[in-house]
Design a protein around this ligand. Sequence first.
Ligand SMILES: [Zn+2]
Length: 253
Amino acid sequence: MSEHTVELFSELTSKEVRQAVEGRVLVWPIGGIEQHGPHLPLNVDALIPEAFAKAACIDQQAIMLPLLPISVRSLPQSGGGLQFPGTVFVEGGTFIDYLEQALRSLASLPFRQLVIINGHYENEGFIFEALDKVRGQGVLGQRSVLAFSWWSLVDERWVAEHLPEFPGWHAEHAGITETSLMLHLHPHLVRAERPDHEHPPRCGVYQLPLRADASTEGVLSKTSTASADIGKRLFGHVRQQIRDLLAEVEGRV
Ligand SMILES: [Zn+2]
């Protein structure tokens, strides 16, 4: 997958853009900047959806919108938070307003479908809310919009086959899947440390006061078994799942 094969929205001119996007699919990666343990860079939640977005653009002959780098609040219980230097976010209301206004501007262009690929755990509900607000305003008409976090497309059977000790997606922050995907996509950015956190948090329970032992250096589960090979297989699986999802939606239109 080489960079030059992806058509970038931001490299079109204003004069070209209407004709270029007419009847086409636009893909928008949405990320975040937060700590990801001692072994991964701050932009993991941006690099992974951007890689899936590039793959989707190649597979669909789609056009890629520029990555949205800043996320909603990074929560300490999800392995983030401001106690870790480098974590940068905006409040949920600001994020929804930003997305809503950006989507309204975008909606004036004659694209056929918008695909949003999210990489930051806490973003998901806010993206869906912004889309529903825009839907309520009618500016998207009957156009197809699909928004998902990349992990939502991972088949449970794939997890059972490849990740026997899987702790659940809520505990995957800087864990085996993100570490493996980074080893596959950007190995030069992955440091040698592989911390394991033995007690992943429970899913769906938010606890105060915050537990001091909630993570091991910001890692919520195990990283020692991560590998570029798992990352390669996971990337291929999600890429295929995106193809299947878009084909399924296309078949119903
Ligand atoms: Zn992450």
